[in-house]
Design a protein around this ligand. Sequence first.
Ligand code: SF4
Ligand code: SF4
Length: 298
Amino acid sequence: MQANIFKIQKTMEPDCSALQTTVYFKGCPLRCSWCSTPKSQNRPTQILWDSKRCLFCGLCEASCPTHSLRFEGNRLVFSPDTCSACRTCIQNCPPRMLHFVGKMMELDEVMDIVLEDKQHYGATGGITLSGGDALLQPNFAANLLRQCHRNSIHTTLETTGFAQPLAFARLIAHTDKLILDIKHYSEKKHVQFTGVSNQTILENMDFAVASGIPVTARITITPGINDTLCDAREFARLFSEHHIKSVYLVRYDSLGAKKYEEFHMPAITASSASFTEENMMRYAKVLQEHGLEVRIFQ
Ligand code: SF4
Ligand code: SF4
């Protein structure tokens, strides 16, 4: 069984008490206009091409045995369906500026990486499934979580929550902690800014809460989209209706704009206006006044 994995990262808790292995899946069902990792949006492996550093020598195109690369005008087009991942193009690129984004990995291969640090996970560490979104590759993700549980490893799922209820339930069955990205309280604005309705997400959130696992809602505060105190009050109302008690606040990452440029994707639409620390504290206070436990990630 294989999945396309964007990257696997190991991080220590700030107090060095425990280690966390985060498996980032490639592919996401949403298209948030403020996404900070646009490279993880598409499910297939992609080739990252830097047009500014390209010599336009054509060696990549000429050396590809499966004709998966071709220049269309001054743009390099990649066909993931025919690419055999032989890396010939990467090795033949004189400035070495071609890179794969995403790697097909076997379940055992990922498990070996997770297990190599089992003794360092402690009481609060373990595995986190992130992305992209693991929900786009649900069979692999559910099996990975199940294997972690068999090995007594704590599991966290960070997700958009946008999936068929059955697929979502399969992952929740082996999830110890759920972090659900709630992009917007308004269905209309959710569709406008992410491309999908929030109704399925809210239904899945209800299911997770009813299943008894700890559920935290995470808001990426994005200027011009959900950053006013009125927005904070609306989020608080929504969370109260859905019995959510814990919220993580994350500041919009304006560095994402540069990544869009690098990857030749349409630019993000979020304003880069600053959202100060003071604004963040006021926003958090509104949520706290509605009985929510709030943690801020700067
Ligand atoms: S990795 Fe191999 S098959 Fe894929 S585009 Fe490069 S040369 Fe072609
Ligand atoms: S081999 Fe590298 S430098 Fe040459 S055209 Fe391809 S991407 Fe550009």
